[in-house]
Write a protein that binds this ligand. Structure first.
Ligand code: BGC
Length: 757
């Protein structure tokens, strides 16, 4: 016994020693970087410093106008000399109109780095940035994964980690060190066209998935071969515009900003996130790019963010052109830099630098502010490894687009697909049956991939990976050509030739109707209403008249209203934007090769005018005078069926009172009572029964995914502590108030009490 204690004590001492070495090691390496940064900064001229703050689009260096196409991809030496040499731009980014192979990226970025080495005094390497938001989507031949919304539907952070790691590897194989990903916006409005780029409507899901993605993409050493710098975006509240339109005003009380929108960024900063991009638009009337409170007080001071704050595309110009808080470009630059922006994405030319140099020379922007920005930028560059090896000559990338990575993409796509309805066991479909495959998304890789796919908008078919299978091709491969009828319809992708589809349906046993949204990115993804285009609704209505069973396959970036057609179909699959393996994944689910397990990461509305999130308040839901129940979504957040059946036991709780400094365990038994093995996402919600601010009806606090063979039971346990009961009160402070709380897991509930002390 005595000996054992001695051993324990020795282990304790060794651990303390190792821990202190590790801490010192980290501190040392950071200190060394800051010493290098400060010594470089001390010899930089104002012009050289300001140059580092300039983030330009790649086309600014090319012949032709900014948006010219591939055949004009030739450097313009006068632009190169002006922007890279005279103004010393610190960052070049993106391309957007077509993908380049890794070799082409290497060539073009190599040219840029060579110019910097040969022609600039301090030879500070440029850092190249890209929007690789579902795989290295701008690199030809890379693996295009499902979008973030699909990752959210898997409720499996491990997939976010792995997808991010492969993305980082393939981006780095393209000689690029910085990725403008992940999106940490909490998507509170289903009309928002960038919903698919997010992890959905719930703060906790966004936070957990974002954390995993940053760990996979950047880890704690972004200079490693398979890591790159991540950039969390868009700070803050971008997913909550009141109109649902992109880049439009957000009005939010501070308590909601802190409770709903801030935690994913806070968590990401704790994970070591080194750069954050601002939101385009205004928050409570103040454009983010002019908001000193947001950037300097909240982000840099309160959250202690030491990384780079990057402006979004053209948003400084927008301060005078759109938001009207500056009278000209010079004033816009002044306001934004004083608000705390470190790097400015005015992508077209050198004008930001011209104005900022002038403002510093005139004493209107203190040099100390510029020093702060450049110190952050140089730190970022040192951390990325671009100083040591800008062309990554010490690495090669044999696993680019490896079979394993394609399989990962397929698996994530499968696990994201969410079965929303399955009557009369329509699914899985027997391979003996004849099917009609129809609808706008039935034979399109572009629909499966959505925006940011080889091109910015994702619409251009010229860069598709033609070896990949559309839904139609995958079904043909699965059951043979002779059993598949097809009617895509007219060339107009928003319409199908309904008559032809109905005629062909008469020869089929089952109709697979693939509806959806054409690919779009950012502002062009704005729509006027959530309803599906009329042509798609009419198609389903006419097909229903044939009396054949219909499987509705939805390929769409946000939930489009299906109220009228849902009762006409027998099964519904939500596939979101499942990427290049989407056709195979959907087919695997349709034919039962894979048992669906995705869950909705947002509330699926029934009506365009009733757009509540699941964590609304009771007063949103029910009018006590008229007894109206207003919360009647088509499907609830977290909903998703399986080909097997899971039953939940009554939850058990370790104590009926939670003490402030202790925790509680909630245990529930889940049984697979069906006949197939399956995966189940177990969601734990907590409701605060009475609070000083009207509480939300429930809040997701934990989730776990399990896999169960048929006939098996598993106990799942969750630990709850005081943090899981907290909310932001009227004084904008996080609190947990004493009183009763209800925990719900599956269809079961249990109550407990939070003690005062
Ligand atoms: C988008 C960002 C993107 C940036 C660079 C902006 O318009 O809002 O998400 O990272 O462009 O392409």
């Amino acid at each position: 016994m005595k000996n054992q204690k001695g051993i324990v004590f020795l282990v304790f001492l060794i651990s303390l020693f190792l821990l202190s070495c590790k801490k010192d090691g980290l501190k040392d390496s950071d200190q060394i970087i800051y010493e290098k940064v400060d010594s470089l900064l001390s010899v930089m001229s104002t012009e050289e410093k300001v140059g580092q703050m300039l983030n330009l689009g790649f086309p600014a260096l090319l012949q032709g106008d900014f948006y010219s196409m591939r055949d004009t991809l030739i450097f313009d030496t006068s632009k190169v000399n002006l922007l890279l040499v005279k103004y010393g731009a610190g960052c070049i980014q993106n391309l957007g109109n077509f993908p380049l192979t890794p070799q082409e990226w290497r060539y073009y970025i190599g040219y840029i780095q060579d110019i910097v080495q040969e022609k600039t005094r301090l030879k500070i390497p440029v850092i190249y940035g890209i929007d690789a938001v579902h795989g290295a989507n701008y690199t030809a031949g890379s693996v295009m994964f499902p979008h973030q919304i699909n990752l959210a539907a898997t409720f499996e952070p491990e997939w976010a980690y792995e997808v991010a790691e492969v993305t980082a590897y393939e981006v780095k194989a393209s000689t690029t060190f910085w990725n403008y990903s992940p999106v940490l916006d909490v998507a509170r409005h289903p009309l928002w066209g960038r919903m698919y780029e997010t992890f959905g409507e719930d703060t906790y899901v966004v936070q957990e998935m974002g954390r995993a993605m940053i760990a996979g993409m950047q880890g704690n050493n972004p200079s490693a071969q398979n890591k790159i710098l991540a950039c969390g975006k868009h700070f803050l509240g971008y997913g909550a515009s009141y109109s649902g339109k992109d880049r439009s005003p957000v009005i939010l009380p501070e308590a909601i900003i802190r409770q709903i929108h801030l935690p994913p960024f806070q968590k990401a900063i704790d994970e070591g996130l080194l750069s954050i991009m601002l939101a385009a638009g205004t928050l409570n009337g103040v454009p983010s790019h002019a908001d000193h409170w947001l950037i300097t007080q909240l982000l840099k001071e309160e959250l202690s963010f030491k990384g780079v704050v990057l402006g979004d595309w053209g948003e400084i110009d927008n301060l005078y052109a759109v938001h009207k808080v500056a009278s000209d470009e010079r004033e816009a630059v002044k306001i934004s830099v004083l608000a705390g922006i470190d790097m400015c994405m005015e992508p077209y030319d050198e004008s930001f630098a011209v104005h900022l140099i002038d403002l510093v020379n005139d004493g209107e922007v203190p040099e100390s502010r510029v020093n702060d920005a450049v110190r952050r930028i140089l730190y970022l560059k040192y951390k990325s490894g671009v100083f040591e090896d800008p062309m990554l000559k010490d690495y090669d990338y044999p696993d680019f687009a490896s079979e394993e990575s394609h399989v990962l993409s397929l698996q994530v796509a499968r696990e994201s697909i969410t079965l929303l309805k399955n009557e009369k066991e329509t699914l899985p479909i027997s391979e003996d049956l004849k099917v009609l495959v129809t609808g706008v998304s039935s034979n399109s890789l572009n629909y499966l991939n959505g925006g940011w796919s080889r091109t910015w908008s994702g619409e251009d078919t010229s860069y598709n990976d033609t070896e990949k299978l559309t839904i139609l091709k995958a079904i043909q491969k699965e059951i043979g050509l002779s059993k598949v009828f097809f009617s895509q319809g007219t060339d107009n992708t928003e319409e199908v030739d309904i008559e032809e589809a109905v005629n062909k349906a008469t020869h089929a046993d089952v109709i697979i109707a693939c509806i959806g949204e054409k690919p779009a990115a950012e502002k062009p993804s704005d729509i006027e209403e959530l309803d599906l285009p009329d042509a798609q609704i009419s198609l389903i209505k006419e097909l229903a008249k044939t009396g054949k069973p219909i499987v509705l396959v939805m390929v769409q970036g946000r939930p489009r209203i299906i109220r009228e057609i849902e009762p006409l179909v027998d099964a519904v699959l939500m596939t979101y934007l499942p990427g290049n393996e989407g056709g195979r994944a959907i087919t695997d689910v349709l034919y039962g090769n894979f048992n669906p397990c995705g869950k909705l990461p947002y509330t699926y509305p029934r009506f365009s005018g009733s757009l509540w999130t699941y964590d609304h308040t009771l007063s949103d839901e029910r009018d006590i005078h008229f007894k109206l129940n207003g919360f009647t979504p088509q499907y609830e957040f977290g909903f998703g069926l399986s080909y097997t059946k899971f039953e939940y036991s009554e939850p058990k709780i370790s104590a009926d009172t939670l003490q402030v400094h202790k925790d509680l365990t909630v245990e529930v038994q889940i049984s697979n009572t069906g006949s197939k093995a399956g995966r189940e996402v177990v969601l734990l919600f907590i409701s605060d029964e009475v609070a000083s601010i009207s509480p939300s009806v429930k809040q997701l606090r934990k989730f776990k995914k399990i896999e169960l063979p048929a006939g098996h039971t598993q106990t799942v346990s969750f630990t709850i502590d005081i943090h899981d009961l907290m909310f932001v009160n009227g004084d904008n402070e996080w609190v947990a108030e004493p009183g009763y709380y209800t925990v719900s897991v599956g269809d079961k509930e249990i109550r407990f009490y939070l003690d005062k002390d």
